[in-house]
Write a protein that binds this ligand. Structure first.
Ligand code: ATP
Length: 403
């Protein structure tokens, strides 16, 4: 259908990039990227508007980038771009956009496996456009840049390359690997904004086995250039492995867990204040998050011991209290399965326990206590006892405490 609309507008329409790659690999991919070739630089936007009218879908144009999204009623989305070459004024910056043909459009892409197009116009429907032997690389499982300046133009491709390599169990072609290492040493990654690096790391965190990409980033030295004080030891590997394993169980219990912050609890361990502050500015961590990292620093090992000894919840509560989810997640990276179960039971107890029969007002009315620290301590004490024993007789117990 898109091809037919293209022909009506005298434009060539192609599906490109990841969709073509996954189609050839027989892997489902619902992200459809379309490129149109037209005589106008706004051909893509014009095309999107036409399709939007014909199919009764919403069109969101991005005039500056000459692209548009078509959003259908069911939420399904197609991205449309105009065939273009991009030139980078300075490495690491967002590209400037100019018009050109599909070949040049494909040439500016990150890797050969992502640089194929399939034509959709009816006369040529299904024709594969493969200018750079991309299909062969895909068949041989090779990640290869299209030209020598690829990582200079966009250093985040180093991280992307690792992500694709690990996702498909491919390997980086030798020359590509050399370029990566060389550009890495020349500190090209340091020129990229923290936001863009974070974005690429977040994409890794969406992968099925993110640990593989972290291992590879460490092996190639990429990790050092994004987290300069992180030493990827086998211990850190074990901690991250456990963190990824347990993370879903914390997500069941807490809303809005950010995976990037979650791994950062491990990646930023042992950072000094100044470097943490640098990282906060670079990656946009909330101040609260950094502070809680600093506060938990010395507590993790004692807490690990307490949980492993299965101390009563009331004892753990005295040290851990009601913490932020990232403290629990951080701690879980140190624990085995059974201990994580225990930690989760503690969290569930905190979430379900409340005092039903004793309140501040009750203490004031019954015992003539005044609002203040003493009264609060009594309530806390009672609460922590109820964590251990949900059937606690609150009034009888408070009677004893007050005496
Ligand atoms: P995924 O399956 O992870 O979504 P994808 O290939 O679809 O992979 P996107 O980030 O959606 O990844 O990018 C779509 C296409 O745009 C890629 O296939 C690639 O051709 C091109 N592309 C994306 N990012 C870059 C980049 N930094 N440099 C060059 N080309 C890129």
């Amino acid at each position: 259908l898109l091809g037919t609309y293209g022909s009506e507008l005298r434009m060539s329409v192609y599906v490109v990039g990841g969709f073509v790659r996954d189609l050839l690999l027989n892997i489902p991919n619902y992200d459809v990227d379309i490129v149109v070739e037209g005589t106008e630089e706004k051909a893509g936007i014009e095309f999107a508007k036409y399709v939007g009218r014909e199919l009764n879908a919403t069109v969101v144009p991005y005039e500056k980038f000459l692209t548009a999204s078509i959003v259908f009623k069911d939420g399904y989305k197609i991205d449309i771009a105009t065939a273009r070459t991009e030139y980078y004024e300075r490495p690491g910056e967002l590209p400037q956009v100019d018009i050109s043909t599909i070949k040049k459009d494909l040439y500016r892409r990150d890797f050969t496996i992502n640089a194929m197009a399939i034509k959709l116009n009816p006369q040529e429907f299904g024709t594969l456009y493969d200018f750079f032997n991309c299909r062969k690389d895909l068949e041989n499982g090779i990640i290869r840049v299209l030209h020598n300046l690829s990582f200079v133009e966009d250093p985040t491709r180093m991280i992307r390359g690792i992500r694709f390599e690990q996702r498909y169990n491919f390997r980086m072609e030798e020359r590509t690997l050399e370029l990566l290492k060389k550009n890495l040493e020349e500190n090209y990654l340091e020129r990229v904004s923290g936001a863009r690096i974070r974005q690429e790391i977040e994409k890794i965190l969406e992968e099925k086995e993110p640990i593989k990409a972290f291992r590879r980033m460490a092996e190639l030295g990429v990790l050092k250039h994004v987290f300069p004080k992180t030493y990827y030891t086998s211990l850190m590997d074990e901690k991250l492995t456990r963190l990824f394993k347990y993370l879903p169980r914390f997500k069941e219990r807490f809303q809005n867990i950010n995976d990037f912050y979650a791994v950062s609890t491990i990646l930023l361990e042992y950072y000094d204040r100044d470097t943490l502050e640098e990282m906060r500015k670079k990656y946009g961590y909330p101040k609260r998050f950094i502070e809680s990292l600093k506060m938990t620093e010395g507590l993790i090992l004692p807490l690990k011991a307490m949980i492993e000894e299965r101390l009563h919840f009331s004892e753990i509560y005295k040290v851990l209290g009601k913490s932020t989810p990232y403290v629990y997640i951080h701690l879980s990276a140190y624990l085995d399965d059974a201990s994580v179960d225990y930690l989760l039971r503690y969290i569930d107890a905190l979430n379900t326990t409340k005092l039903d029969h004793v309140t501040g007002k009750y203490l004031v009315d019954t015992y003539g206590l005044k609002q203040g620290p003493v009264l609060n301590r009594i309530l806390e004490e009672l609460y922590s006892m109820k964590l251990d024993d949900p059937n606690l007789d609150e009034r009888a117990t408070v009677e004893k405490i007050v005496q």
